[in-house]
Design a protein. Structure first.
Length: 145
């Protein structure tokens, strides 16, 4: 039974990651010099403004995170209030308080991927994300109620 669940989970991840969404920038080759120089650009710079300004930095990060999630492959494995392949965002928010330490920890997990905290199926790493964008994603996840 575990093997069947693992197989279905891996197939779901592959299906989510292999979509032809034009907002994704997947490369199988060594980056060119111009790609390397753009390595530290944040995804918000690439995708454009979220259109919402806020005086509260946490809310601004949360709003940017919501916009980024809708443009990335996150929704292939996660939903706000329902477990899919990975945990529901609300469950992550229940487990981690919205402290800077937890935001940094989750941002690192988003960038490097991980396994074992929420089950056997590993989370796909997102190494092209900037630390700022990953932090905005984490702030959004931790804001879900």
């Amino acid at each position: 039974m575990k093997k069947a669940f693992l197989f279905v989970g891996i197939c779901s991840i592959i299906a989510a990651c292999s979509s032809n969404d034009s907002s994704k920038n997947v490369q199988d080759t060594t980056p060119t010099q111009s790609q390397t120089s753009n390595e530290n650009r944040s995804l918000t710079d690439t995708l454009g403004s979220t259109g919402t300004e806020s005086t509260n930095a946490a809310n601004a990060g949360s709003e940017k995170g919501a916009a980024l999630i809708s443009k990335l492959d996150c929704l292939g494995c996660h939903k706000d209030h329902e477990k899919l392949v990975g945990p529901a965002y609300v469950d992550v928010a229940k487990k981690y308080q919205p402290t800077q330490e937890n935001i940094d920890y989750l941002a690192g997990k988003i960038i490097t991927g991980g396994a074992g905290v929420w089950g056997e199926v590993p989370m796909t790493p997102h190494p092209a994300l900037s630390k700022e964008d990953a932090s905005d994603l984490a702030k959004y996840v931790l804001s879900i109620k």
